[in-house]
Design a protein around this ligand. Structure first.
Ligand code: NAD
Length: 478
């Protein structure tokens, strides 16, 4: 058997304390009862467990967690991280961030998070399936999963495939349960997932950055022009979040000048072609030695320090620390990952006059669309299915009436644009964009109204105020 109990080195970690310190900072701008604040900060349920799996002719112990941070709303919700770096403190911190994130974007869930302490690269697909199914069984046995209880989703190291295994295992253990498929989100479309979920977090990060740079007054203070057009951006991490953030930022007119991956970083101040970089990495196994890069760095962290307007860390936590923050050239950090900037680094960056678009708002697109997926699973019908043809027919009748009364004839293309009913993807993207736009300005307005030092603190003030209201309305029972 391998893998000793990982909780022995717990005292090294303080990510959860960092998240709590953000709440303490936010509390100064409100007037909540200290007991209520203590309840808001605490992790309500921490389930640490282990199970054996077969590996070749031997056995291995897998360590895992599921943390439900807050039950001010049900179900709780949060991704499952597959990483050999996972520890209890990290899962608690990420669960807490989920609570605040959901409150900020008005998604009616409490926060949760899961962790499986493995490096997925060291396991075959069959072994990963065993691990995922066993993890789901353990959660089911302890009532830590269910469409009305706790709903996992993908996170670092997991994706649609793992979510399918979870859904299928839960369904097998709850035969006949009509809503069983709402037990997990981020599923493939063919297994009752929702269009647009895969790219939702990255799309949301791109909208968050677009909103930030749209405020002329704030950009003036940074010496930047408003708008994404021509903004130079470095992205760390080319996984789900990093790739899609890059894709949508490019579509919105930005230039990606640098990519940082775990094997190294590449840079070209004139811009890099995302799809070509991905193709090169797929073929060669590395982003390094890319012929159209002007510079490359074997030490990936150096890539973060190159000239740009905006830095998007979209890989892991603790990437921008007090050690490297002074060398960053970006004026804006758009946090795609959870917890990529340590509190000390964040303070130093703000001191220099920079803006941080904080993680629990910036990467909330994933949970927003997960919410739409959950709603779809509970209603058992795809968005737009009932109304689409009816809307198209109504609009056609209206167009016919306008043409006959005005004598103006629309072109086929004009007619198509006006008459077309919304597809599920269009509804999802429009709901996502609306959420990201409204939430950014809610946070920024709170910052201005209460003279708050940063968008992160303002976002926590928004979140804590809403959670406090929920807890106060619920009262305490029994
Ligand atoms: P992922 O596994 O798809 O991608 C992570 C990428 O980061 C990988 O390509 C990996 O090689 C790279 N990476 C790892 N270490 C690195 C390093 N030291 N330097 C540079 N690159 C490195 O994971 P993801 O789903 O994209 O998640 C990334 C971050 O975004 C995590 O912090 C996660 O919690 C957060 N997040 C994800 C979602 C989601 O919907 N997937 C939602 C909200 C937040």
């Amino acid at each position: 058997m391998t893998n000793a109990n990982p909780s022995s080195s717990k005292e090294e970690f303080h990510f959860f304390a960092d998240v709590c310190s953000y709440v303490d900072q936010a509390a100064k701008y409100s007037n909540h009862d200290p007991g209520l604040l203590a309840q808001i900060k605490a992790c309500n349920s921490v389930y640490r467990f282990q199970f054996p799996i077969r590996k070749g002719n031997s056995f291995e112990i897998v360590h895992a967690w599921r943390v439900e941070h807050s039950h001010h709303m049900s179900p709780t919700k949060g991704g499952i991280r597959y990483s050999d770096m996972v520890n209890e403190d990290e899962v608690m911190a990420l669960a807490a961030l989920m609570t605040y994130k959901c409150a900020i974007v008005n998604v009616p869930f409490g926060g949760a998070k899961g962790g499986i302490k493995i490096n997925p690269k060291n396991y075959s697909v069959a072994e990963l399936e065993n691990i995922t199914r066993r993890y789901t069984v353990e959660l089911t046995k302890k009532n830590f999963i269910g469409p009305g209880i706790d709903v996992p989703a993908p996170d670092y190291g997991s994706g649609e495939r793992e979510m399918s295994w979870i859904a299928d295992t839960y369904l097998a253990m709850n035969p006949g349960s009509l809503d069983a498929l709402g037990c997990v989100t981020g599923k493939p479309i063919a297994l009752h997932g929702i269009t647009g979920r895969k790219e939702a977090t990255g799309r949301g990060v791109a909208y968050a950055i677009r909103e930030c740079v749209s405020v002329a007054e704030d950009m003036k203070k940074l010496g930047l022009t408003p708008g994404l057009e021509g903004k130079k951006i470095i992205v760390q991490g080319l996984g789900n979040v990093g790739y899609h953030t890059s894709k949508f930022l490019l579509e919105l007119g930005a230039t990606i000048v640098g990519f940082c991956e775990y094997e190294g970083a590449i840079y070209n101040e004139d811009g890099l072609d995302l799809e070509d970089v991905i193709k090169h990495r797929k073929e060669s196994g590395s982003i390094l030695a890319y012929s159209k890069a002007k510079k490359e760095f074997k030490n990936s962290a150096e890539g973060l320090e190159q000239p740009c307007d905006i830095l998007v860390p979209a890989a892991l936590e603790n990437q921008i620390t007090e050690k490297n923050v002074g060398r960053l050239q970006a004026k804006i950090i758009g946090e795609g990952a959870n917890g990529p900037t340590t509190p000390g680094a964040a303070a130093a960056f703000l001191e220099k006059g920079g803006i941080i678009v904080p993680d629990m708002y910036a990467n909330a697109g994933g949970v927003t669309v997960s919410y739409f997926e959950w709603l779809k699973n509970l209603s058992h019908v795809a968005f737009g299915r009932m109304a689409r043809r009816y809307d198209e027919n109504s609009s056609t009748n209206l167009m016919n009436l306008i043409e006959s009364t005005t004598g103006i004839t629309l072109s086929a293309e004009q007619r198509r644009v006006v008459v077309k009913g919304a597809s599920e993807l269009e509804l999802v993207n429009s709901g996502l964009e609306d959420t990201m736009v409204r939430s950014y300005h809610e946070i920024r307005e709170k910052k201005m109204q209460r003279n708050i030092d940063s968008l992160r603190t303002a976002a926590f003030v928004v979140a804590v105020d809403k959670i406090a209201t929920s807890y106060s309305n619920m009262g305490i029972w029994p």
